[in-house]
Design a protein around this ligand. Sequence first.
Ligand code: ADP
Length: 464
Amino acid sequence: MTLRARFGLWVGLMMLLTLAAFGGFVYFSVSHWLFANLDDSLRSGASQLIATADIDGGQFQVSDDPVTLDPALTEDLRSHGLSIQIFGTTGKQLQAIGHDVRLPLEPASLDEALAGRSSFATRADPQGGGSIRTLTQPMTIDSRVVAVVQMAQSMRAVESLRERLLLSLLLGAPIIVAAGVIGGYYLAGRALRPIDQMAATARRISAHDLTERLGLPPTRDEVGRLAGTFDDMLGRLDDAFQRERRFSHDAAHELRTPLAAMQSIISVIAERRRSPAEYEAALADLADETDKLRTLTEDLLRLARAEASGPLWETVDLGELVPDVVDSLRPLTDADRVALTCTAEGEVKVIGDTDALIRLLVNLVDNAIKYTASGTIEVTARGLPEVVEIEVRDTGEGIAAEHLPHVFERFYRAEESRTTSGTGLGLAICREIAHTHAGEVDVRSEPGAGSVFIVRLARDPRPD
Ligand code: ADP
């Protein structure tokens, strides 16, 4: 069953239960009120009658009747549908006024009345269907019962009112429930339409084409947010897929170069018999190429690992880490030609992944050493209010303007650097690490004057 059909049915069911509870309450409270009202009018009629009756007045035609009733009052009561019967203490009917006067006095009611108590009773109407409500009350002189009055009123009006109420409730409820089901079904359909669109978009998407988007107008409701999140996710997937594709393409391309070189060394040497010296030279060339391959695959692995596994967060004091790294790389410099210095300014503690930060520093300082034949290299860790900055400034060969925007791309190497060792992955790794530390890395450079690499790291890059 579809979600919207289920929603419609749930709304219907809830309405049915609510209506049943509410209808039941209305029905029973209205019936109770109607019957209580009927009893009240019987009671007030009887007490008015008794209060105004001239008991033992002796004016009545029936010779042994001790009661004279107020004619205006009896007329008034009769016009309100009340019937009055006066019985003697033996149960003999003395007076009868009104419509329902053929009801004999029940012995139980007579006994109650003779005992001085009034009693209500519901009895079948002898003139037809329906019931009659009666109130039997004693008339007394000096606490002596001299007659019994029985007030009666047909319950037909009350009963038919109650029936009509029940009928309205029973007829109205299915209509309201049906309207609820249809309304719920329609509303759920409207609310869920974007989800249908999402399903259709998801069906159209393949790994080769992640450009599809829902593009729904942004709304603040749950479905609107879901649609927005869905589009964002598609965007991220698209980026990731494109990066992966470029990466494998570039990696294959880079691996091919040393492999092709090895192949040509082998085929040249295998052409004919060679002297031991030639074999040695060929082996040395092969070793060089193997070395390149190894560095390349190691860098690739590192990059893949950095993307796959999350960082290991800990507190890193760059005031200690930076000098350590710089000192470990110092042997690579020619102390006579290059001055390598290191300073820390301000509070330079960050939350970060130590191994990754070491790799970042090694790559930057190693580059500065590689591309600075003579001059100075200054490494500075600087604590700023919001971030911590690491600056690696050299007075080396610099980077030409046309290469500058590309140096952070994977496998990118400026033409003139082809002679130095390297894979072109170092700065790409640096950028990746800076990003995982909620930071960035920038470069400024002037050919012939030197380069400045600036890394900005958030003090606490951990996601919330
Ligand atoms: P590589 O392995 O070639 O050093 P990188 O990704 O580390 O690869 O650097 C990419 C390119 O950026 C290098 O080939 C080089 O042309 C240039 N580069 C990087 N650092 C410097 C620097 N300090 N001075 C001059 N050029 C640099």
